[in-house]
Ligand binder design. Structure first.
Ligand SMILES: Cc1cc2nc3c(=O)[nH]c(=O)nc-3n(C[C@H](O)[C@H](O)[C@H](O)COP(=O)(O)O)c2cc1C
Length: 335
């Protein structure tokens, strides 16, 4: 089977992390992995600065915009706008546990309101008929620990909408007493619930997410579900994605080298700074800190690229300077 153009692998939506600069870097490392934006409130998409909330690079596709909201009319407007910017998919967040989001009655609390979610998804699909409309959710909220909770949620949406893609963060969201960070660590992972969803709804695309950090684990999950979404590891160790096209999409293209990537990022940074939109080197360099993970000199790379004084002149050649330290420590003989 040709997996290209599918969500076999994806990078999770992460607030403050998966902005367009991160996504550009990720796309240089993997051609086929599906990328997600940070969650953006429907209101911000409708009324906010499009450069900040919607702008993306042509090379990013396939890419999904994740929306936060619970008003079908607003979500429809936001979806139409996102479609016009060239997003392939629009995803509704039903998994975020933050108190700010709970106040707005969206995110994970929407798992308690599947009928409203169905209205939202239908409104989004009508407004953006050429985009896939998908949902990302948990396996339950608070102390609902029964498999049937998530099965009913997916079952209701399947019955009432055209949504065929379900991204499941395989743990509960505890809305009371845990911070968002704790909510990604403390509620136990139940991968078997997600596998069971795939068995019960074999014609739906079921994507598993949560705590997945190695290619070995990815391969194992792919025996049971259609796709794997990786969050934190893809951010802290982006070069993990270098083998994904080969391993999981059947591509025969060699993965990019660190040296090539640094050159590309330097060219990108120079172009971004020169647009005059206020982009500075730090906006990009902060996403590059994990690139040398596992190599000698990684600490020096991180230190240089997070040094406020060194970043201040906004000179993209700082990337080459930082790379020189890593390169010397690791690849001296190859040069
Ligand atoms: C910094 C950060 C921000 C996040 N922001 C979002 C978000 O905007 N929307 C969302 O659905 N999930 C968000 N998440 C959750 C991730 O998408 C993912 O579900 C979670 O991290 C579990 O996957 P992982 O164990 O592979 O990291 C965020 C996670 C992190 C670490």
């Amino acid at each position: 089977m040709d997996y290209k153009g599918t969500r076999r692998l994806s990078v999770a939506p992460m607030l403050d992390w998966t902005d367009r600069h991160y996504r550009y870097m990720a796309r240089q490392i993997t051609r086929h992995t599906w990328l997600y934006t940070e969650m953006i409130n429907a209101g911000a998409v409708i009324h906010g600065d499009p450069v900040r909330f919607l702008l993306k690079d042509e090379c990013e596709n396939p890419v999904a915009l994740q929306l936060g909201g619970s008003e079908p009319a607003d979500l429809a407007k936001a979806a139409a706008k996102a479609a016009a910017y060239g997003y392939d998919e629009i995803n509704l967040n039903c998994g975020c546990p933050s108190p700010r989001v709970q106040k707005g009655a969206f995110g994970a609390c929407l798992m308690n309101e599947p009928l409203l979610v169905a209205d939202c998804l239908n409104a989004m699909q009508d407004a953006a008929p050429d985009c896939s409309i998908t949902v990302k959710h948990r396996i339950g909220v608070d102390r609902q620990t029964d498999y049937q909770v998530v099965a009913d949620f997916v079952g209701t949406l399947h019955e009432r909408t055209a949504c065929t893609t379900y991204i499941v963060h395989a743990r509960n969201a505890w809305l009371d007493g845990l911070s968002p960070k704790e909510n990604r660590e403390i509620p136990p992972l139940k991968y078997d619930y997600v596998y069971r969803l795939k068995q019960e709804f074999p014609h739906l695309e079921i994507i598993i997410n949560g705590g997945i950090t190695t290619n070995q684990q990815i391969s194992e999950h792919l025996q049971h579900v259609d796709g794997v979404m990786v969050g934190r590891e893809a951010y802290h160790n982006p070069m993990l994605m270098r083998d994904w096209d080969k391993l999981f999409y059947g591509s025969d293209t060699e993965g990019i080298s660190h040296a090539e990537l640094v050159t590309k990022l330097q060219t990108y940074a120079a172009a971004q700074i020169s647009t005059g939109r206020g982009t500075i080197l730090r906006h990009m360099a902060r996403h590059y800190l994990g690139l040398m993970h596992g190599l000698k000199g990684a600490r020096t790379w991180r230190r240089i690229l997070s040094d406020a004084e060194m970043l201040k002149p906004n000179n993209p050649a700082l990337l080459a300077e930082a790379w020189e330290h890593v390169s010397k420590a690791n690849f001296e003989n190859e040069r």
